[in-house]
Each structure stands twice: as C-alpha cells, then as structure tokens.
Ligand binder design. Structure first.
Ligand code: NAD
Length: 280
C-alpha cells in the first residue's frame, strides 16, 4: 500500500524557511495583487493568499480594478507597479474579464517581479537550469518528489498533460534532475498510447483535468504518483487518477485534495522572497 504524500506538512516546513528569509530582508516584502472585476474563484484565492502572506510577514496589497477595465488600462497599471520600488512581486488573479487576454498582459510584468514564474524570461531560465523563480504548480510537484527522498537520476518519468503552467515547465525541471522524461497529452490518447506510456512510469505526474483518465491498474509497482488534476464530481473534488486501485501499486501517492494544492500558495510566497532578494 502506498504512503500518502501530503502537501500540508511540506508547506509548513517551507513556510518556516520563508519566515526566516523574510526576517533577513532589509524591508518587509510586498506582493501586489491585481483583481479585475469580482469573481468568486478569484476572491477565494485572494483570501487564502492574504492569510498565508500575513502569517509569513509579507505585505499583501490588493488592487481592485473595475470589471470593464481595458487591456490598455491594465497594462498601464502593471507598468506603474513595475516602476514602484516598494513592490517586489505582482500577481494577476484569474479569471479575468473577457476583454482581457492574460497571456498578452502578463508579459508586461517585469521578469524580476513575476512571482508566478510564467514570464518567458523565467521559463527560458529553466532550460538553462538557472531559474530562481519557478511556475508555482510545477515547483510544488518538485517539492513533493523531493520529500520522497527518491533520486530522480535515470528514473522513467511520465508527465501526462503538456500545459504551459504545469506539464511543460515540469518536464524541464525533471530533465534538469536527469530523469528520462516522456510527456503525454491529448495526441498520445488519440493515438491510443496513453496506457502504454503510463505503465512504464516510475514517476507518474498527471495534470489533465479529467476524472478517472488514468486507471489505477496502469500504475507500475512502486511508482511515485502525483495527481495535479482537480475535478468536481458529484460535489466531491477528485484528481485525474483512480485513487483506490492506484494506491495498491504505488509506493507514494498524493491525495486529492491535499496533495499539490496546499503547496502552490507557499511556492508563490517563496517566489516573492526570491524576487525581493534579486531586487536587493
Ligand atoms: P490545460 O487544460 O491547460 O491542459 C490540459 C492538458 O491535458 C493538455 O496538455 C492536454 O493535451 C491534456 N489532455 C487533455 N485531454 C487528454 C486526454 N484525454 N489524454 C491525455 N492528455 C489529455 O490544464 P492545466 O491548466 O495544466 O490543468 C490541468 C489540471 O490540473 C486541471 O484539473 C487543473 O484544475 C489542475 N491544476 C491544479 C493545480 C493545483 O494547485 N493543484 C494547479 C494548476 C492546475
């Protein structure tokens, strides 16, 4: 039976490290958060980010912009925050109103203030193994893997999902640890090859957003399984993998919820401290 790989205790450990780093900084770090319009999802993220920031000694400044804010206005606002030396990091809350293209506007955040780690400069640094600011979810997965104590060198790692925020950066981070990385996606499924690849995985990471996509009996004996997926099924939150049958084969497995999720806000705050250090 697999050991449960929970995010919360790891997050608590990292938060203690962050607290110490915050105290060593010359100034209290400031995270500027932009929310355009009112959305229940964004409001709930902001609430949890505010709480974590407070606990770590980070100042969280929320900027509420109107629902009808134009792209040009938002870009000007970002430029102001870029120029403001008291601001160490900038985050844009999702979802944004329909008239705003996140990909377009997020590029205006200076790479050294990009606490989500999604600016092309920060993504590019991952390729060179030099990134200090990492995409939060991918970084959370790497922390979970670190907790198992398993050396990734030469291991067969299979990542299912190739999104810009999870699968792609994660595959680069795994390569940096010398894992042999296979990335699967919708094309793999359409070619009927998903099961074949998943069965080879010593490290299996799934980030798709489809409940039950990965069958529990595809999991290799002793595999480490990380389920990033979040799906609402009959009022319950489940991952992309059939948990009960999978835990019979895996050596480690993340619960959903409670695996990756609790770590992502912590990764955001760690990025902020890295950003503040870079700016010092
Ligand atoms: P996305 O929609 O951007 O990408 C989905 C990926 O899955 C794509 O690469 C696509 O090709 C692949 N895919 C779709 N159908 C497939 C199939 N049948 N077989 C194989 N691959 C398939 O998604 P995302 O933003 O990366 O998020 C993925 C999941 O992770 C979602 O459930 C999301 O809610 C969750 N997520 C969780 C956290 C967290 O903090 N726990 C953070 C980010 C995303």
């Amino acid at each position: 039976m697999a050991k449960l790989l929970e995010g919360k205790p790891i997050a608590e450990k990292i938060k203690e490290e962050i607290k110490q780093e915050v105290q060593a900084l010359k100034h209290k770090p400031v995270l500027a958060s932009i929310m355009a319009g009112e959305n229940a999802g964004a409001v709930s993220y902001v609430k949890s980010q505010t709480k974590v920031a407070e606990n770590l000694g980070i100042e969280y400044k929320l900027h509420n912009l109107a629902q009808d804010t134009s792209e040009a206005t938002l870009i000007d606002f970002i430029k102001k925050l870029n120029a403001d030396k008291s601001v160490n990091g900038i985050i844009i809350q999702m979802p944004l109103p329909a008239q705003i293209d996140y990909k377009k506007i997020s590029q205006f955040i200076l790479p050294e203030k990009d606490v989500e780690g999604m600016h092309p400069v920060n993504i590019g640094k991952i390729v060179f193994g030099k990134a200090k600011i990492l995409p939060c979810t991918a970084a959370a997965v790497m922390e979970l893997l670190k907790e198992t104590g398993v050396d990734l060198y030469g291991k067969e790692a299979v990542v299912v999902g190739h999104s810009e925020i999870v699968g792609k950066p994660l595959s680069l981070l795994l390569l940096d640890k010398f894992a042999t990385v296979t990335v699967c996606h919708i094309g793999t499924s359409k070619a009927g090859k998903l099961e074949e690849h998943v069965r080879t995985a010593e490290i299996l990471i799934v980030a798709v957003g489809k409940a039950g996509l990965i069958k529990g009996d595809w999991v290799k004996e002793g595999a480490i399984v990380i389920d990033v997926g979040i799906n609402r099924v009959a009022d319950k939150i489940v991952g992309d993998l059939e948990f009960e049958p999978a835990e019979k084969h895996a050596s480690w497995i993340t619960p959903v919820p409670g695996g990756v999720g609790p770590l992502t806000v912590t990764m955001l705050m760690r990025n902020l401290v890295e950003a503040a250090k870079l700016q010092q």
